[in-house]
Write a protein that binds this ligand. Sequence first.
Ligand SMILES: *Cc1c(COP(=O)(O)O)cnc(C)c1O
Length: 462
Amino acid sequence: MNMQEELRKLPSVDRLLQEDAVTGLERRWGHDLTVTAVRDTLDTVRLAVREGRPCPPNEALVTEVDARLVARLQPTLRPAINATGVIIHTNLGRAPLSSEARAAMDAVALGYCNLEYDLQAGSRGSRYVHAEELLCRLTGSEAALVVNNNAAAVLLILMAFAQGQEAIISRGQLVEIGGGFRIPDVMRQSGATLVEVGTTNRTYVRDYEAAITPATAAVMRVHHSNFRLTGFVHEPTLTELVVLARERNLFLFDDLGSGTLLDTAPYGLAHEPTIQESIAAGASLVSCSGDKLLGGPQAGIILGKTDLVARLKRFPLTRALRVDKTTLAGLQATLRHYLLGEATEKVPIWRMISQDEARLEKRAKTWARKLKGLGVAADIVPGLSTVGGGSLPGEMLPSHLVALAAGSPDALAARLRAGEPPVIARIQDDRLVLDPRTVLPEQESALWQLVAKVARNHDIGS
Ligand SMILES: *Cc1c(COP(=O)(O)O)cnc(C)c1O
């Protein structure tokens, strides 16, 4: 094959643009994008031909132009299938939302709404009223405020109540949450002086007491979230800290992290402290995430005493951390599920947590049968799902996994990630496994199709 001859066969940009199929693409995607895709395609192919490859036929060039246009316009944020068995997967967007929550968000996104409009008075209202009553009713709190996320809530609270003063925290609670978010850094950023007391494993009320000075404003408790303290350990209870804070006229802030309204113990998990417990214990303010065990949209929820929440509502930074109408609508709809006692059926993460083993085994068997029908051999193996999202570390939920019978697990995982929609799986004992617990029923058939396509193309069929 003569390389010069092959290069001469390559059409010019203008020639390729005149191909019928390319004129079609141009009508669809516009002139500029199409010309760029044609140019890029020809540049790439020219390099390949120089390396000794033959000049591809025009149809192949057109297919490549089409693929480039599609790839160029694909959003970077795309829906994915979570087959990892990690329920609140922060990298995969944490909590999927209920259909009611999605409908509520869609309804307010579609047009106008009374976000900051008092319908009765016909005048300006406040966005902060929208989820407040529901939150108070569910938790027993006097007042509530919703901000962008829990990190924002922590920063806001410390700035408003401890800036330029001291905040006392146990050394056992100086947590790094993930993504480099460290409680001591946030405390410093807020302008509060961090006063560490106790040791990593043991802190007593008397340690807090000894650290109180005239400059002390706050006592902060932080939920361990993603690690467990076991062995020779001690921490005061929230009630003990509340008593101390009351006696010494200090502000007691409880950062609950995940925050749950339902008890996790009935599902074979450790007891995760509930929001209601923190409010009942008498914390001045409590904060938690909207999209961890609450199962709603991303938000930071602040609960507690009326006068303190009122001060936060007036605090200038609150404006910078405010949530939009879709968040408030989704949060309200999610909270309504708890009020109606239907959270374990309607809130997706609770449906996943409460899914029993028999049901999971049945789903795994169906998956293996469907895959077999598509020419892919798979086994069912025991495995464990986790809750994730910085809650219940080390706690496992028994599951039934679908293990693909052959193929390099790493290569297979990469090909599933490249799928449409991307599928994120797990590797266990050197095999690629799929956990039905975190896959939504409406995603199942897309998952089977993609696994079959990937498996067939890579010779691991039965
Ligand atoms: C997760 C977590 C945060 C941060 O919450 P986001 O909603 O992710 O901003 C803060 N504090 C604790 C203890 C957490 O577990």
